[in-house]
Design a protein around this ligand. Sequence first.
Ligand SMILES: [Zn+2]
Length: 246
Amino acid sequence: MYEKVKKIVKKIVPKGWVRGNTQTLRKIVAAFYTGSSYECGICHFQMSRFILLENGNKLCPKCGSLPRSRRLCSVMQSEVGIQNKAILHFSPPKSLSERIKKAGPLSYISADYSGEFPASEKIDITSIDKSDESFDLIICFHVLEHVLDDEQAMRELHRITKKGGLCLIQTPFKEGNTYEDASIILPEERRIHFGQEDHVRIYSVQDLMKKLIAAGFNVVERIFEANEGNRMGFSNNETILFAYKK
Ligand SMILES: [Zn+2]
């Protein structure tokens, strides 16, 4: 239902207007979901339910966060820590970016390459214009599956991570081996084969871990489950790779 309405709005309203009025539109949508059964861990909106997307993801009606952003926020707050950390965040969703900044990191740089996310800097992940060992924490969620030379990107991530620092990494995953085919370059074909028009592969967890280890990281696979009642709208069986620099 939500996606149908969104498609209709996209057709009849100019794109620029929607961008400029996102906050207002979200407030209108959120009014229909006000309640107390569920809560977004990013914007703290309390609601009767999350918006259920066609792919099964639960969207926050107020800030538009996805389950993976809420899980990441929870992990950062509960065990990784934000304060006193120099953070680099690739392709940051706006609400999560604002939440992290409010938590008082030592420094926070948001990075985007495609122009899709509001970010403070344009950074090519395969050639990062930052000094060695600049960051305590790097967030690289749903980025590497877009990058042709992903091994170079991982070497760059390792280079700019401080000793003892951490990269939090997630991509879409599949069972078996990574699926990759350099001859598939048309957007429509990439969508069919890799799930999205600008994806160039689908990793398996094991293959991505191997590449990160080859780049120099110590890697731990963590799998997160939603707790009972799932008040915060998490996904089940969600993998995050914790890549540590020795
Ligand atoms: Zn929210």
